[in-house]
Structure formats: C-alpha cells, structure tokens
Design a protein around this ligand. Structure first.
Ligand SMILES: Cc1cc2nc3c(=O)[nH]c(=O)nc-3n(C[C@H](O)[C@H](O)[C@H](O)COP(=O)(O)O)c2cc1C
Length: 272
C-alpha cells in the first residue's frame, strides 16, 4: 500500500514525526507542503493512504497548511490521516483540518492524532534543557510508534475533544491566521548578526532576504520561528508577549539546515 505524507515543520518535530511514521509504514513518500505553496490548482496524490503532519499554532494549523488542505484532492485515497505535533494542547487543529477536508473535498479524516513534543514558541514556551527535552522526545517516540501501528492497520481514530483547545482556537486562531503573514514586522535583529544567511536558508516560506548583510522579512511569514531558532548567534528576537531574549532556542536534534532548505523544493533553489 503506497502512502504519501505531506508535512510542514519549523523546528523539526513534525518532520521527525513524519519520518518515524514513514519508516514504520514502508513505501512512503514524504512531500514538503512548502514545496507546493506556489503551485496552482488541486494537489492529487497518487497513493492509497494520504496523511498530513504539521505543528499546532494557536490551537489551529499553520496558514500554509490550511491553504494546502483546501487544495488536497482525496477522491482517490482509501485512507486519510493527520498527525499534529504540539507543545501542550491543540487537538482542535485536527478538527480544523477535518472541517476543511469535509467542506472543500467532501472527504473526512479517517484517523487523527496529536503528539506532545517540545514547545518551540519562546514568547510563551521557554526551551527546556537537554535532559528534560530528551524525556519529552522519548515519550513522543513511543506515542508515534502507537500512531504508526494504528495507521498501518487502517484504524479509525477520532481526535477527541479538549475544551481549552477549542476555546483557544475560537478566541485566538482567527487573529493568528489574519496577521501571520505580516509577523515579520515583529522580528528584530541585533548587532550579533554576522550576515551568515542561515535564517534565509531555513525559512520554509521563502520569506527572508539579506539586504546589506542583514535579514529582511517579507509578507509571507508563517511564524514558524525557524529563523530565530537556527540563528547561530541568537541575533534574532521576536517581540510579542514575553519576548525571546534569554528564553532559549530549540530545534529537534535530527534536524539540519539542509532538511529545512529542502522544504522549499525547487522553488527554494535560487535562494542563498
Ligand atoms: C506560532 C506558534 C504557535 C504555537 N501554538 C501552540 C499551541 O497553540 N499549542 C501547543 O501545544 N503548541 C503550540 N506551539 C508549539 C508547536 O506546536 C510545537 O512545538 C510543535 O511541535 C512544533 O513543530 P515543528 O518543530 O514541526 O515546527 C506553537 C508554536 C508556534 C511557533
């Protein structure tokens, strides 16, 4: 049985989850959603089993993922699933994906799963030191083994209901979805910037350019915070809520700059 998994990641949790599931299922193609962001029309996977793996943002899904789901033609799929990775709460992101697929494609999710992984939004979630982070990743790995087994056996799994997640989605996801693309205005660069261009290379939205050796954000930010977490000198700060100074940086231990650059596919090849 052939599987396609479409994924989006800012700091590697969702890519690690997608890779783990792919490894367990076998014969699975991993396709970055960012590589399809600038392509027109419907996306029609040639696979029996189709999944989406992505992070939770404000108890919903990243804007790029929501737009992608609207274009995903699942008429040929026998089994569909979604897995969201999150710092704490967010199963309403799965309800959001299910709703989009029902409304746009007349097709529901057969199975929906959430998995807790280290949080990567420093204005609210302080990055935790190695040992604690390792424990969280160990638990996530075991949960992903169960998820892969459920998917492999074609089980129907409902996402469940979390009142707090529903409330947060209702109260704050709308404003995130409306303002995300302009969030670049909230990132600031300090004199610690060396102009190395790592932030440009890792942005899955292709939203950064270097101007006079300094990053400049455009108007298609997804607030994934990859630029901030990958900056080798911690020169990038995000000025919302508690800010990001001294709040640590995170990336999944298996994630590389090349993985991030690959997310943009061919459309990212001309970037520095
Ligand atoms: C803008 C933003 C909003 C977030 N909102 C939530 C949230 O509502 N609930 C939650 O549990 N985690 C939230 N997180 C944390 C991520 O969902 C979590 O760390 C995820 O595993 C990151 O996946 P990635 O490494 O694939 O990007 C948020 C992260 C970002 C950057």
């Amino acid at each position: 049985m052939k599987t396609v998994i479409y994924y989006f990641t800012g700091t590697g949790n969702s890519l690690a989850a997608a890779r783990k599931i792919a490894g367990a299922l076998g014969e699975t193609e991993l396709v970055p959603i960012a590589s399809l962001a600038d392509t027109p029309g419907a996306v029609t996977p040639a696979a029996d089993r189709v999944g989406i793996v992505c992070p939770v943002y404000d108890c919903g899904v990243p804007v790029m993922v929501a737009r992608f789901a609207e274009r995903l033609d699942l008429s040929g799929a026998e089994y569909t699933f979604a897995v969201v990775t999150m710092g704490g709460i967010g199963v309403s992101a799965l309800h959001q994906l299910d709703r989009i697929l029902r409304e746009r494609q007349g097709r529901k999710l057969d199975a929906a799963f959430a998995v807790k992984m280290p949080g990567n939004f420093p204005p609210l979630m302080r990055s935790v030191p190695g040992e604690k982070c390792g424990k969280t990743l160990g638990r996530a790995d075991r949960r992903l083994t169960e998820i892969a087994e459920a998917i492999g056996s074609g089980r129907s799994v409902s996402p469940g209901f979390e009142p707090v997640s529903w409330l947060m989605n209702t109260l704050s996801y709308g404003s995130l979805a409306k303002s995300a693309h302009n969030a670049g205005e909230r990132f600031l660069v300090s004199d610690a910037c060396t102009g190395c261009g790592t932030c440009v290379r890792v942005c899955p939205a292709g939203n950064l350019t270097l101007v006079d050796g300094r990053p400049v954000w455009g108007r298609k930010c997804e607030i994934c915070c990859a630029c901030l977490h990958f900056c080798p000198t911690e020169a990038i700060q995000l000025h919302v809520m508690l800010g990001t100074e001294g709040r640590g940086r995170y990336r999944h231990p298996d994630l590389t700059v090349a993985d991030m650059k690959a997310q943009r596919g061919a459309s990212g090849e001309n970037r520095s």
